[in-house]
Every structure is written in C-alpha cells, then in structure tokens.
Design a protein around this ligand. Structure first.
Ligand code: FES
Ligand code: MG
Length: 573
C-alpha cells in the first residue's frame, strides 16, 4: 500500500493559518471535500499555439480531468514550457533542458500527488519525463498522437521526410519550384505531430516501451476518439498509481531502457532517441551507455516500414496493429521483468496483439533490414563515440573512404555547397563542425547536410556526411552524427582539413581520419574554426554552454543529472 496521507496534505491538511491559505485560494467551485485528503493530480500540459503539433492537448486534458474526478482525485491543468520543433531558433533542443528544469520545479513546488504528462512534438515528452524522473512522483504520459496523412497530387506526404526529398528533387531539377511550394498547404492535414517515424512518433513509442504510457495508447492518431478514451482511462490510472505509490524510480529500470532500445531498432526510430533516453536514464540514476544501444539494438531487425526508413506513415502503422504488435514480434528480446505504470510487465497480454497489414509491419522472418539498430562508431575522429542509423543509410556507403570537404559552420556550408567550383564528387565526405551542444549552441538537426547541386544534377542522392550535431528523426542518408567530443569541446573533428582522407567502416564500427596520431596532435584548430563556435554573453545560452554535457551523456546540464525527490522543506509564509 502507498502513503496513508497524500503528499498534498502537507499543504491542505490541518487547521492552521497556512493550510487555510492553501485551501482558500483553491476554492473556486471545487467540491467542499476536494482538499480533505483527495489526491491532487497535475496535468502537465504543453498545449501552445506556437507548438502546433501540441495545440490540441487542451482537449486531451479535459478527458484526463474526467477520469481523475471519476476515480476520486482532483485534477489541475498545469501549463508548462512548450517547444515547437519547426518554429524555434536556433533549435528547440537548446531549451529541452530548460523545459525539463521548469517543469521539475513546478511539479515539486506545487501541492500535487501525481502528474499526467501531455506531450507530442519532439522535445516535449523527453523534457517532461526528465522532469518527472527528477521529482519522482507518480507520472504517466498521454502522447498527443500523430496527424492524419495529407496528400499532394495523389501522393501521401510524410512530414519532414518529404520536405527533405521534395527539396532535393527541386534542387536536382526533377520538380518545379512552383510545385514544391504548392505542396506546402497539403503537408499538415490535421491536428497532431509529424506522421513519419520521426522523433515525436519515436519518443511516444519509447515512453510506452519504458512503461509510462497505458499499453497500446502510443501511436493512436490525434484525430482518433480512442485517444480521448485513453486520456480518460489514464486519468483513472494515475489515481491507482498514487494509491500504490508507483513512481518513475520504481517503474523505469535498466530493463525498461534495454526494452526501449530493442523497440527503437525494430521501429527504425529516430537517432534523437539516443540522447533523450540517455538523459532520462541520467535523471533516474539508471546506468545506461551509448554502447548499450549498439550491443542490445544493432542486431535487431527493422520490422516497421515507415518513412524515413521505409514508405508508410503513422496512421498506416496504427491500422496495421501498432506498437504492441511490433513488441509481440520481438518478445523474445524483451526483458519480461520490466513493468509498466499498470504494475504489470510490459510483455503482459502481448499474445493478443495482431498484425493486420504485413506490408507495414513485417514478419520477423522477412524484415526490411537485418541488424537495423543504431551503430556506435569510434576512432580518432570520435573518441567518445558517434552514431549512424543503418536503416536510413545507403548500403554501398557503409564502408567508404574519401577526401573530406570541410565546413566550419552551417553558414559556411550554405555559402559554398552549391558553388560550381566546389571540389566535390560522389566519393567526397562532407564534414560539418561547430554544431554540437556547445558549439551552436544546442546541437541542431543539421547533420543531414544538403548535397551539392552539381552532384544532385548528376543523380547522386547520398554521400557520407559527418557532423557533431543531430539530424531530424525524419531525415535519411549515410550520416555519422553526434560526434563526441564535439569540435567546440576540443574534439578532433576541429582538426580535420579539406583533402584529408576519411574512412568509415560501419561493420568494424570505425570512423577515422587517415593521418598519424602525431600529425593530428601537432595540429590546432584554425582561427576561422574557433570563431564559428558560439560564445553567448548572458542568459540561458551562457548557462547552457557552460554546463551542457556531450551527446554520450544525453546533452543534459551537469547540475540537472540525478534527482532531488519531491520533498519541499519550507513553507511560503
Ligand atoms: Fe512537431 Fe514534427 S514538428 S512533431
Ligand atoms: Mg526534429
């Protein structure tokens, strides 16, 4: 059994002046017994008009509220910092930790006993889970769900993925600039987040794999009335979690993370999941390393035929059976001990899951790709590791050597990439630096650099690219990313020069520049290179650059790692 008295009784219990204040200001129509020991449930809500993928979450919150009331709790809508992936400059990732820190403090400072986390767009679910882990009160996620699929001239549009594709087709001369712009109004068909297996879809499924979503709910489309029913049911569930004292630290274990890594490979999920899962593990004090992703995930087959690795989209995935049917297929690779917020194992009831469309969710015997999980590369270019997503890469480039074409910044890249005089061919290796957590700052999604126009015109659609930034979960290509340490943190990526030969060997897990250790050590970064690194004067960016950890540690701030629990020692008056 859980606590006899809920945490909120520290505010609302008693007959003194302070409990009077806490109760009186909350009495705005709530039933008279609302503060007599009933669990108080926050709904951490990232609804925002400037996070368009989450704008419908106010409606979802209403259904959570009904479930909370019904089960004997008192719900409270709690707007939290929201991050819109497509809108925020220089990158939404710069504020993932700020959103997590703000949500953490709000959850701790307020009289609440449990929280329902409403997220969707890329950074929102990771930030909320980081916050909940550091406060460690009962917490459950309702993912906002993917949007319905839009079409342009009969062709389904994958959010993100088709923007990259159509833009390259336009630059390569296969599509007119007018048609490219015409497709814009067809891209976003409904409420909800991106419909590809990008970061939003991936993190919703990762939350379910970690056990913090009602089983079967993640991936339910935003327009589906089952999402609202699931929100209602989640409202009931959080009350049971509070009564059983089921918290992040008692639910999310190392076994949960290893299950998530298996699932990440099977769904062909976003590389961004690597940094988010490492950050969440860091908050929980669960030991998880970059190498766990390769060791546990790299031999897992790709079963889900969704963009960017395949062809279909999230509503197809839902129709085909959804996440539970994928988990059923890889059940032998899952740890049966890992439990969910229901108190029962993740693998419980998987026998009932079915695949209804084998083109969308492949059979284990006929996967889209074997050994599809994220591979971790090391070598003199990335002593701390770098990642590549084989499911999104070109098989013919997985072992490749070629001369580097180096760019010191995205501005440098955009200024020169289409220059007819740029010395580049299909064997070249494009290198972009200054895009790590400190260098940009915020580690933007720029690693999938556009290809030089003169290569596009010759029909080249992929070359090896290396960067210390991230790439969109909707992107594809033979891209080595998250190079650690980043150039701005003293990484050897800062020392590479145009013309150096770079060798990529994914089967051997190597990424190297073919010059001797002595020659590399004798180099120092050019003034031009150093000048491109961010050096903010004040504010969040200064704090961020001074404290952000590298990609192999989840890009959290050093002082946010771990948990402070839910204890608040002092009264406000
Ligand atoms: Fe919000 Fe893709 S931009 S999920
Ligand atoms: Mg993104």
């Amino acid at each position: 059994m859980g606590h006899a008295q809920p945490r909120s009784s520290q505010w609302y219990g008693g007959r003194d002046r302070n409990s009077y204040i806490h109760r009186a200001w909350m009495r705005r129509g709530a039933p008279m017994d609302a503060f007599d020991g009933k669990p108080q449930i926050a709904i951490a809500n990232t609804a925002s008009d400037l996070t368009p993928c989450n704008a419908h979450l106010d409606e979802v919150a209403q259904h959570v509220k009904m479930g909370v009331w019904e089960a004997g709790g008192v719900p409270h809508n709690l707007p939290v910092v929201s991050l819109g992936e497509t809108q925020m400059r220089p990158t939404a990732m710069l504020w993932r930790n700020m959103a997590a820190m703000a949500a953490e403090e709000l959850l701790r400072a307020n009289p609440i006993d449990g929280v329902v986390l409403l997220g969707g767009c890329d950074k929102t679910i990771p930030a909320l889970l980081m916050a909940a882990a550091s406060v460690d009160i009962p917490a459950v996620v309702v993912p906002g769900g993917p949007m319905a699929t839009g079409t342009f001239r009969g062709r389904a549009l994958g959010c993100g993925t088709d923007v990259w594709r159509l833009s390259e087709e336009t630059r390569g001369g296969e599509m007119s600039a007018e048609d490219f712009l015409r497709s814009e109004s067809s891209m976003i068909r409904s409420k909800g987040h991106c419909n590809t297996m990008g970061t939003a879809s991936t993190m919703a499924l990762m939350a379910e794999a970690l056990g913090v979503v009602l089983p079967g709910l993640a991936g339910t489309p935003a327009v589906d009335s089952n999402l609202l029913a699931g929100a209602h049911e989640t409202g009931r569930t959080i009350l049971e979690m509070v009564r059983q004292d089921r918290r992040p630290s008692t639910t999310i274990t190392r076994a949960s993370f290893l299950n998530a890594i298996v699932a990440l490979a099977a769904i062909g999920g976003s590389t961004n999941a690597v940094v988010h899962l490492l950050a969440i593990a860091g908050r929980l004090g669960v030991e998880l390393s970059l190498d766990d992703f390769d060791r546990v995930g790299s031999g897992v087959p790709l079963l889900v035929n969704l963009q960017p690795s395949g062809e279909f989209l999230m509503d197809d995935f839902h129709r085909a059976g959804g996440f539970r049917s994928v988990l059923r297929d890889v059940r032998d690779l899952l740890d049966p001990e890992a439990i969910t917020i229901t108190g029962r194992p993740l693998v419980d009831g998987l026998d009932e899951a079915r695949v209804w469309d084998g083109d969308v969710i492949r059979d284990r015997a006929a996967p889209l790709q074997r050994d599809a999980g994220i591979a971790v590369l090391r070598g003199n270019l990335a002593p701390g590791g770098a990642v590549i997503k084989p499911a999104a890469a070109s098989p013919h480039l997985m072992t490749h050597s070629g001369p580097a074409v180096v760019f010191d910044s995205v501005e440098d890249l955009h200024a020169r990439i289409d220059d007819p005089d740029l010395e580049v061919d299909e064997n070249s290796v494009l290198v972009l630096r200054g895009c790590g957590p400190k260098g940009y700052p915020g580690m933007p999604e720029v690693s999938n650099m556009p290809l030089p126009r003169k290569l596009l015109e010759r029909g080249v659609r992929d070359v090896v690219r290396i960067c210390d930034g991230r790439m969109s979960g909707t992107a594809y290509g033979t891209v080595v990313l998250h190079v650690t340490p980043e150039a701005a943190a003293g990484g050897p990526l800062a020392l590479v020069r145009t013309g150096d030969v770079i060798s990529l060997d994914v089967p051997a897990r190597r990424i190297e520049v073919l010059i001797s250790d002595e020659d590399l050590a004798a180099r120092s970064p050019s003034e031009r290179t150093v000048q491109s690194f961010a050096n903010p004067a004040r504010g969040w960016e200064r704090l961020y650059v001074d404290h952000v950890l590298q990609a192999d540690a989840g890009v959290d701030l050093d002082f946010l790692v771990g948990s402070s629990g839910s204890e608040v020692l002092r009264e406000s008056h």
